[in-house]
Design a protein. Sequence first.
Length: 287
Amino acid sequence: MGRLLTAIAAATAVVAVLTAPAGAVQGGTPDGNGHPYVGMSEYYYHGVPLWRCSGTLVSADVYVTAGHCTGIDPALGIAPDHAEIWFGAGPIPRGDYPSDGSSCAGYTGYPCQGDVGGTPHPHPGWNGFLTLPNTHDMGVVVLDRSMASLGHATIAPRGYLDALATKRGQQDVSFTLVGYGVQFERPNLESAVRERYAGTNQLTNLHSHISDGYQVTMTDSGGNGTGGGGICFGDSGGPVFHTSDSGPTYLVADISFGTKYCKGTSGAYRLDQDSARSFLSNYVSLP
């Protein structure tokens, strides 16, 4: 999984700092070839593996993920300088790296050598903390070569989600989440198979004091039309998709924060709002 940064901290009406889980699409099902452009990414500093996240190709050589995956970690005082990405459905086997904190130089397979490498770039507003409401929790990896054969997701048009904020029956507004992460989590116990999973989650709010138009907040509770259908949250940086009434499916957000153990809410940073679009426009053409 990516960095597990514990549970959501309490929010105030003015400013709040949240901790972000690196969680998984719990309760989902193996994705197979459903989203071949969604990948698993490992991040490094001077060749040493740091953490793992998910993300999405939005062009042949640009991969969108979270700011807390691509940017500075205040506890370590460093930001990753390289990424490797795997796009297989998984389970992705471990390679020969000894997991002793040494450099990946000379080692093959996970977590050292993926299908393609690249350079991570966090949103310039990302400061290492989930300061609400605008966390700036997004980033990109610019790939070393084209992965055009995998296709790519379509970023939602500007303001695409705004109509959902007041939609009647918004508890029925569903999103598709995809990621490679922990499939089972309890205190002192995790199960992670590095397999791409997909599932659904349901809208809670777009304009609360926590989200204020920058986040999509979603239920983390399962339940037959009243919750997330068993989905907890997507792997950090992983995609949140929404299918429009007219048919097209759009990438609307990247997974940012949530609570542990399938309770409460999770949040994702909206890619259809101006702060995100201003950053993305440096790397990819936007609708």
